[in-house]
Design a protein. Structure first.
Length: 126
């Protein structure tokens, strides 16, 4: 890992998913902030806009889609973060929801702890 990840924003409506990602990031001394919905994610991103390096974002959230949240976060967060889009569907099924440009990785649920670790180890080459 050539660049230290200071902070991760984890956005998922499933608490256990947020906890798993946060625990793995903690091994790498990455501070995590968690949101269960789009409104919380937007608020947290405004509060920490100069600190967030990576965003784990579930595409299927209540009230506001992951794509809608992404569109707002890219205009708030100052550090040009890597986005990790999470979905229970395969990438081909959700490709229309993914951005056409930008730094992002797709992560299919269920995922392994190793897949999170690989993302962190490769940062920021992604």
């Amino acid at each position: 890992m050539s660049k230290k990840i200071n902070m991760a924003l984890i956005v998922d409506d499933e608490n256990y998913i947020r906890e798993i990602i946060s625990e793995v990031l903690g091994i790498w001394d990455v501070h995590s902030i968690e949101a269960e919905d789009g409104h919380s994610a937007i608020q947290l991103s405004k509060e920490h806009k100069d600190k967030i390096d990576i965003v784990f974002l579930d595409l299927n959230l209540p009230q506001m889609s992951g794509t809608e949240i992404y569109q707002q976060l890219i205009n708030i967060i100052e550090r040009d973060p890597l986005f990790v889009f999470i979905s229970g569907f395969d990438e081909e099924s959700v490709k229309d929801e993914l951005p056409q440009t930008g730094k992002f990785i797709f992560l299919k649920k269920p995922f392994t702890l190793n897949s999170i670790q690989e993302i962190i180890e490769q940062f920021p080459q992604n």
